[in-house]
Design a protein around this ligand. Structure first.
Ligand code: MG
Length: 421
C-alpha cells in the first residue's frame, strides 16, 4: 500500500494567532491544538510535535510512549518558563504500519476513517460536554453547539503524566484517514463533514475545501486538517503512473490567510520562540567550579578616584534593572488577570483568577468565588481527582461552568455515610 497525503492549516476568521500545528513524517501523522496565554499555545503544540517527531526518528518506544515523552517536554517547559506557564495542547497522532494504523490521542482534536463512503470517528473527545453526553445529560447534537464544548478534561503538557487513549485499527486500500482540530469539527456538522470527505477525490483539494468550509461557517478557531489516503500498490513497478491531479505524494496546502499571517502553524521549520523573563544573577564561570577560589575571579577594589564613575554606572544599571522588572511585572500581571481555573480553598471548590503556582512565596492567583461544594467529595470522582492542582478554564464563565458541573456531579453521588444531619 502507498499513502497520498495532504495538509492545510489556517488561522481562521477570528483568532490573532494560529496555535494549531501538524506533523507529516510519513508514516507518522499528527495534529495538535495548543492553548495558553501569551505564546503558550503555539509553543505547546509545536514543541509537542517536534518532540514526537524526533523520538519517532530515533525509534525509541511505541507511539503512546513517545506521546508521553512529548507531554513531559511541554510540561517541563511550562514549569521552567513563566511566560508559558499553564500551557497545554491536544495531540492526535496516527502511525500507519502495514495494514494497520496505530492511534495515540489526548484532547478534542479528532481522527476519522472514511471507508465505503461512511465516516467513522476513531477518537473520543476529552471534553466536559462529551462526558455530559455519556452521562445522558445532553444529546450529541446539543454538545455540538454547547457553550462549554471547548472545556477539556484532558490535555497534553499540563501535568507530569497524561492518560493517553491508544487504539489500533485495520486499514484497507481505498480508506481515507482524516486528522483535524476542533476548528474544523466545531464549524461543520457531521453530515457536512462526511459529504465533503466522501465526495472530493484529491486529498490536496479536500484539505483546502475543508478549511474553506470552516471559514465560511464562521472560522471562529484555527483550522487544521491532515488527509491520508491509503492506495493499493500499483504493481511492483515503482514508476507507476501518478493518479490524476496529484503531482507529488505529499501536498501541503497553505491557504492564503495562513500564508499571510505572522505565524503559520506547520511546525516544520518553526522553532518555538525562546522566552526568558526575569533577571538571573550570574556567577563568573571560574567561581562555579569546585575548588577554585571565588575571590580570584572578582575584580580587586577600585582606587578612590574610580568610585565616582563606578557609582554612576551602578545607579544607571539599578534604574535599568528596576525598570525591566517593572515592565515584566506589569505584563505578567496583565497575563495573570486573563487566566482562570477551578481549585480548592479550605476544602471547598473555588474559582481562581491567575495560575495555580507561586514564585518565591508570591501567589500567582487570587480567590474569586469560594463555593460551599465539598472538594473532598468532588475529588473522589475520577474526573476531578486533580482538582487540587487546578482545572484550567478559558475565562470566568467557563470556570463557573466547571463549578456547576462539579456541583451536579457531586449531587448525583450517594450521600456520605456517617454525616450529621
Ligand atoms: Mg482549537
Amino acid at each position: 500500500m502507498r499513502l497520498l497525503v495532504a495538509a492545510a492549516t489556517d488561522i481562521g476568521q477570528v483568532r490573532e494567532r494560529n496555535e494549531d500545528a501538524y506533523l507529516i513524517d510519513e508514516p507518522l501523522f499528527a495534529v495538535a491544538d495548543g492553548m495558553g496565554g501569551h505564546r503558550g499555545g503555539e509553543v505547546a503544540s509545536s514543541l509537542a510535535l517536534e518532540t514526537l517527531e524526533s523520538l519517532f526518528q530515533r525509534g525509541g518506544g511505541d507511539l503512546a510512549e513517545q506521546v508521553q515523552v512529548a507531554n513531559e517536554a511541554v510540561f517541563e517547559r511550562s514549569i521552567r518558563d513563566v511566560s508559558v506557564a499553564g500551557m497545554g495542547t491536544t495531540l492526535t497522532a496516527a502511525l500507519v504500519q502495514g495494514d494497520r494504523v496505530r492511534l495515540a490521542h489526548v484532547g478534542d482534536s479528532r481522527a476519522y476513517l472514511l471507508r465505503d463512503g461512511g465516516l467513522r470517528q476513531l477518537t473520543e473527545d476529552h471534553t466536559l460536554v462529551h462526558r455530559m453526553v455519556l452521562d445522558g445529560e445532553i444529546t450529541e447534537q446539543e454538545a455540538e453547539t454547547h457553550p462549554y464544548r471547548s472545556i477539556l478534561t484532558r490535555s497534553l503538557g499540563t501535568d507530569t503524566e497524561v492518560e493517553i487513549d491508544r487504539d489500533e485499527v485495520p486499514v484497507l486500500p481505498g480508506d481515507r484517514l482524516l486528522l483535524c482540530t476542533d476548528g474544523l469539527t466545531g464549524m461543520l456538522d457531521r453530515g457536512q463533514l462526511e459529504s465533503l470527505v466522501a465526495s472530493i477525490d484529491d486529498p490536496g483539494e479536500l484539505a483546502e475545501r475543508l478549511v474553506r468550509a470552516a471559514n465560511r461557517a464562521g472560522g471562529i478557531d484555527n483550522i487544521t486538517v491532515v488527509v491520508v489516503d491509503v492506495r493499493a500498490d500499483e504493481g511492483t513497478d515503482a514508476e507507476g503512473p501518478e493518479p490524476a491531479g496529484v503531482g507529488t505524494e505529499t501536498a501541503i496546502v497553505r491557504t492564503p490567510s495562513a500564508a499571510d499571517a505572522e505565524g503559520p502553524a506547520p511546525h516544520r521549520g518553526e522553532t518555538p520562540p525562546s522566552t526568558i523573563t526575569g533577571v538571573v544573577p550570574t556567577i563568573p564561570d571560574e567561581g562555579r567550579r569546585g575548588d577554585v577560589d571565588r575571590s580570584e575571579a572578582r575584580a580587586t577594589p577600585p582606587g578612590p578616584s574610580a568610585w565616582g564613575h563606578r557609582w554612576k554606572r551602578v545607579a544607571v544599571w539599578l534604574v535599568a534593572v528596576v525598570a525591566l522588572f517593572a515592565v515584566a511585572f506589569v505584563g505578567f500581571r496583565a497575563y495573570l488577570d486573563r487566566q482562570w481555573y477551578v481549585g480548592v480553598v479550605d476544602g471547598h471548590v473555588t474559582v481562581f483568577r491567575g495560575i495555580p503556582a507561586s514564585v518565591a512565596g508570591y501567589e500567582l492567583h487570587e480567590v474569586v468565588v469560594e463555593t460551599t461544594i465539598d472538594a473532598r467529595r468532588a475529588e473522589s470522582l475520577a474526573l476531578y481527582h486533580d482538582l487540587a492542582d487546578g482545572i484550567t478554564a478559558d475565562d470566568r464563565a467557563a470556570a463557573e461552568a466547571i463549578v456547576e458541573q462539579i456541583r451536579r456531579d457531586v449531587a448525583l453521588q450517594a450521600p456520605e455515610t456517617g454525616g450529621s444531619p
